[in-house]
Design a protein around this ligand. Structure first.
Ligand code: IFM
Length: 460
């Protein structure tokens, strides 16, 4: 069976990872501009000052997207490009860039899917306490209003946050990402609650200021588990790890997904937090639980679990065997994560599912024939998309897929070492080359996935 006729085939990227032009046209600094200046914080001290120079080369990039036949492009807006100090004066030059980009996309027949926050917090707001400050939700709602007032005559699909559990965990708990903090647990739950409030207020702002009917979603990462077999016991074990088994962790799905889609934190999670949980004021959960139109989810590598031998709830980890395929980053290749992810999240939250990110890093290079041969990415796409199609056949409402990433880019603390793109970028010359996988993806799009092999789950 093919994908649904209106299935959205897309690719994604994010502002700091590709735009460059870090100080152009009055853009303010972000926490990432600051973090990259700390010696040793990023691989070989790489930074996003130039990145792919998408800010100046967006026309060429949009033309390549069009050649690949993308239906949609998921971009993020740089908050400090729009409001250099995070609050206060708005930069018309910053808004004008996104005007140009969106106009170019629409002229190429590509639908923009806009994420409002993909990690480049204005540095000035970090100095005001960032997400620890409850006012952050008003700052974010105000920024959202400015963007929506300007772009919503053309943008019909919005997402608030990208992977809040990751930017909070890596930026404020382990300090591996910007801003490089290591907060106490109670501060982390306070920040999480403020991020969720920011999400809710942004959804309200989008609905209040949009100039046309639009769809609003969220693009979290999630804790995901693949059942070791499709036996009911292993399936229950996987779900129990994902949605029950509460522990004192800021990654738990109960912290990020249940409040947004079900309007409450699970009691078991608040119990696990004890007196280190967030302060919840009257009305907060209603604000956070604003109705959404779709469930976006970023899925890469998931662990595998089986039912516990003693029959207790939760699951037992089944390690991947020696020699199991991994990407350049060492992430296991686990295509059936797309199958179970689409099914589990659809069953629990009852919203159309968009895979808002999925992809892999490889050590790609331009060969002597001038092409970029990346058979492993082709194999990855084949397996993951075959699994996603099976989820759709088995009843999950799968509405779209965004490959991460449309082009090689700045992979945060890993700098430019990791190449995730369908398009290769030469960081010396900034030349772009569509990889073999980009041509392959174009063919999948053209055929709406009917050229994918019919792989049984066990063979994926
Ligand atoms: O590059 C990142 C992206 O910014 C967020 N999701 C995961 C990708 C690969 O690590």
């Amino acid at each position: 069976m093919p994908f649904p006729n209106d299935f959205v085939w897309g690719a994604a990227a994010a502002s700091y990872q590709i735009e460059g032009a870090a100080r152009a046209d009055g853009k303010g600094p972000s926490v990432w501009d600051m973090f990259c200046k700390k010696a040793g914080a990023v691989f070989q001290n790489h930074h996003g000052d130039v990145a792919c120079d998408h800010y100046h080369r967006y026309r060429e990039d949009v033309a390549l997207m069009q050649q690949m036949g993308l239906h949609a492009y998921r971009l993020s807006i740089s908050w400090p490009r729009i409001i250099p100090q995070g609050i206060g004066p708005v930069s018309s030059a910053g808004l004008a860039f996104y005007d140009r980009l969106i106009d170019a996309l629409l002229a190429a027949g590509i639908e923009p899917y806009v994420t409002l926050f993909h990690w480049d917090l204005p540095l000035a707001l970090y100095h005001r306490g960032s997400w620890l400050n409850r006012d952050s939700s008003d700052w974010f709602a105000d920024y959202t209003r400015v963007v929506v007032e300007r772009l919503s005559d053309r943008v019909k699909n919005w997402m608030t946050f990208n992977e809040p559990s990751i930017f909070l965990g890596m930026g404020y708990q382990t300090g591996i990402h910007a801003p490089g903090d290591r907060l106490r647990f109670a501060e982390l739950t306070r920040a999480a609650h403020n991020i969720l409030l920011s999400h809710g207020k942004a959804v309200q702002a989008i609905r209040a200021y949009t100039k046309q009917s639009c769809r609003v979603g969220f693009a979290p990462a999630a804790v995901g588990r693949i059942p070791h077999t499709d036996s009911p016991l292993d399936i229950v074990a996987a779900k129990s790890v994902m949605f029950g088994s509460f522990e004192k962790s800021i990654s738990h799905n109960g912290l990020w997904l249940d409040p947004v889609f079900l309007g409450e934190y699970p009691k078991g999670l608040l119990d696990a937090f004890g007196d280190e949980g967030p302060e919840i004021l009257d009305g907060d959960m209603t604000t956070i639980g604003q109705p959404l139109d779709f469930f976006g989810i970023n899925i890469y590598a998931w662990e595998r679990v089986k039912a516990k031998a003693d029959g207790k709830s939760g699951g037992e980890l089944v390690p991947y065997p020696v020699g199991y395929p991994v990407t350049a980053l060492g992430w296991p290749v686990t295509p059936d994560a797309l199958y179970w992810g689409a099914r589990f999240f659809h069953e629990r939250y009852r919203k159309p599912i968009f895979i808002t990110e999925n992809g892999l890093s490889l050590r790609d290079l331009v060969s002597v024939d001038g092409k970029v041969h990346d058979p492993q990415r082709i194999d990855f796409l084949t397996r993951y998309l075959a699994a996603l199609r099976r989820a759709s056949e088995h009843g999950a409402d799968v509405a779209g897929y965004f490959q991460w990433s449309v082009m090689d880019n700045f992979e945060w603390a890993q700098g430019y070492r990791e190449r995730f793109g369908l398009i290769h970028v030469d960081y010396q010359t900034l030349a772009r080359t569509v990889k073999d996988s980009g041509h392959f993806y174009a063919e999948i799009i053209r055929k709406n996935g009917s050229n994918l092999p019919d792989l049984p789950l066990s063979a994926i």
